[in-house]
Design a protein around this ligand. Structure first.
Ligand SMILES: NC(=O)C1=CN([C@@H]2O[C@H](COP(=O)(O)OP(=O)(O)OC[C@H]3O[C@@H](n4cnc5c(N)ncnc54)[C@H](OP(=O)(O)O)[C@@H]3O)[C@@H](O)[C@H]2O)C=CC1
Ligand SMILES: O=C(CO)[C@H](O)[C@H](O)COP(=O)(O)O
Length: 470
């Protein structure tokens, strides 16, 4: 710490801000934090590792005055108005050339607006996605920065120090202009929703075959030692064992099935439609969280439509293998759709997102980290401008190996009446994507029939309209 000035300041000392700041201090940076909740500010220093330089201050101006220039400040406050409020409180305190970072889950259009607003005042504003939850923030998250390169040069050493490491490489890279960091984080979360939905469908399909919590734990634990190795499969295995501290049940069995959400999955679906890019597995995941909220209607519908579905016909061992492959297939389709969205957004929104770097950054620290990302890294090494990872021969070989079991699971889910919207969606997307000729020629005919919307022909160039025989 030179001149008694601090290297880095944090505004918002909740789950993410406190842990990221302590992580930063552990890497030799002197840090200072402020939260409008005085109790959180007061608790900061006691949580620091011995020998690190960490200070909590109850006043924002006091914090800003104690930062080295150009000042490097991050906020980790809830998205929306709190971010604008923090910016307004900072404006009288910061100077030309300072760097303000929003590390929360802000919508990228808000980030674009804020970048412009602050650029006019010669303040750098960076939208930086951070993933890894509480533990990741404390020990090494995946970090997705976007913004101007000059600002990035000021914070690069610090972000590289605190990020998760994979094979010694930090899980952070410059991901493009202005809103690119938050765009990549939004799509990361869309993929997160899709994979979580696929895992929950796999859970219900295995339960349908009679697996209890201990067997589910063993199954997911084993899966996590193989091709499905990932953070989400790993924590799922743990979840089955957690005991409830209020009853004799396992905790999972007493958790309500109404799923919450803060909106990033929905934003991914909404923005995919603007581009447009098809992210149907993500859409299904968002829709299923919504359906989960219809609890009272679902209870009535369950009584009305209570026919039991067909039993599973294969052995439990074979069913576990089939569900494994279906989850693997669906997971690849989730990444494929998210990455295709980034590919398109990078061009349409002129954000210059380097896809190989985005994939590399996701390999460690974040919620969607998995060994599959090594496969995708290789795919981008072979072909850096790949529009969809399904077109990579290595990925195609994996998909083909899992395809037949995926079909078996989707068919069985339909016959048994087990909800499996994301798995079904992944297979439906795949079948459309691999169709040289789809049935959408009929849609074109219908559009021209009722609305003279015109169509193109397969044999003659040009645009045509027919007076259909009504
Ligand atoms: N939790 C997670 O796993 C992840 C969260 N994120 C994102 O990170 C951001 C922060 O999340 P998280 O840490 O979980 O949220 P928390 O609610 O735990 O912490 C936010 C903190 O910011 C404080 N705060 C709000 N407004 C101001 C202000 N104007 N000035 C100073 N402090 C303020 C809040 O105080 P008070 O409580 O008094 O309002 C609170 O202490 C969000 O955008 C979230 O979506 C990203 C990745 C993972
Ligand atoms: O950003 C995160 C992880 O990367 C959040 O933890 C996650 O998105 C939570 O979202 P939701 O509450 O909508 O499930």
């Amino acid at each position: 710490m030179s001149n008694n000035l601090f290297d880095f300041g944090m505004i918002g000392l909740g789950v993410m801000g406190r842990n990221l700041l302590l992580n930063t201090a552990d890497h030799g940076f002197s840090v200072i934090g402020f939260d409008k909740d005085e109790a959180k500010t007061a608790a900061l220093e006691a949580a620091a590792t011995e020998g690190t330089t960490v200070k909590g201050v109850p006043d924002l101006a006091h914090m800003v005055q104690q930062l080295q220039r150009p000042r490097k400040l991050m906020m980790l406050v809830p998205a929306g108005k709190p971010v604008d409020d923090v910016i307004e409180s900072l404006l009288p305190l910061v100077e030309k050339g300072d760097v303000i970072i929003d590390g929360g889950n802000s919508h990228y259009t808000d980030t674009l607006r804020r970048v412009k607003y602050l650029r006019d005042k010669e303040i750098h504003f960076m939208g930086v996605g951070v993933s890894g939850g509480e533990q990741g923030a404390r020990t090494g998250p995946s970090i997705m920065p976007g913004g101007d390169l000059e600002a990035y040069s000021h914070v690069k050493p610090l972000l590289e120090a605190i990020a998760a490491k994979v094979n010694g490489e930090p899980c952070v890279a410059y991901l493009g202009k202005e809103g690119a960091g938050h765009y990549v984080k939004m799509v990361h979360n869309g993929i997160e929703y899709a994979i979580m939905q696929l895992i929950s469908e796999s859970y219900t399909l295995l339960k349908h075959a009679g697996l209890n919590n201990d067997e589910l734990h063993e199954t997911f634990k084993k899966w996590n030692e193989g091709a499905l190795q990932s953070f989400l499969v790993e924590i799922t295995a743990d979840i089955f064992l957690q005991k409830d501290d209020k009853t004799t049940a396992r905790l999972l069995d007493v958790i309500s099935d109404k799923a919450g959400s803060k909106g990033t999955g929905k934003w991914t679906s909404q923005d995919s439609m603007e581009l447009p890019v098809a992210v149907s597995v993500i859409d299904s995941a968002v829709a299923m969280r919504t359906v989960s909220g219809y609890k009272e209607e679902r209870i009535k519908a369950a009584a009305l439509y209570n026919e039991s579905g067909a039993a599973i016909t294969v052995s439990t061992e074979e069913w576990i293998k089939q569900v494994h492959d279906a989850l693997y297939f669906g997971t690849i389709l989730s990444y494929a759709q998210g990455l295709a969205m980034l590919y398109q957004a990078s061009r349409e929104l002129a954000m210059d997102i380097p896809l190989p770097d985005a994939v590399s950054v996701w390999r460690g620290g974040c919620i969607i980290r998995s060994t599959l990302l090594e496969t995708f890294t290789q795919a981008y090494k072979n072909s850096p401008d790949l529009s969809n990872i399904l077109l990579d021969p290595g990925v195609a070989a994996i998909i083909k190996s899992a395809e037949s079991n995926t079909r078996a699971v989707v068919a069985q889910a339909a016959l048994s009446g087990v909800p499996a919207a994301a798995l079904m969606s992944s297979l439906a997307y795949f079948d459309a994507y691999r169709s040289e000729r789809m049935a959408t020629n009929l849609i074109q005919a219908q559009r021209d029939y009722f609305g003279a919307h015109t169509y193109q022909r397969t044999d003659i160039p040009g645009t045509f309209h027919t007076e259909w025989n009504h």
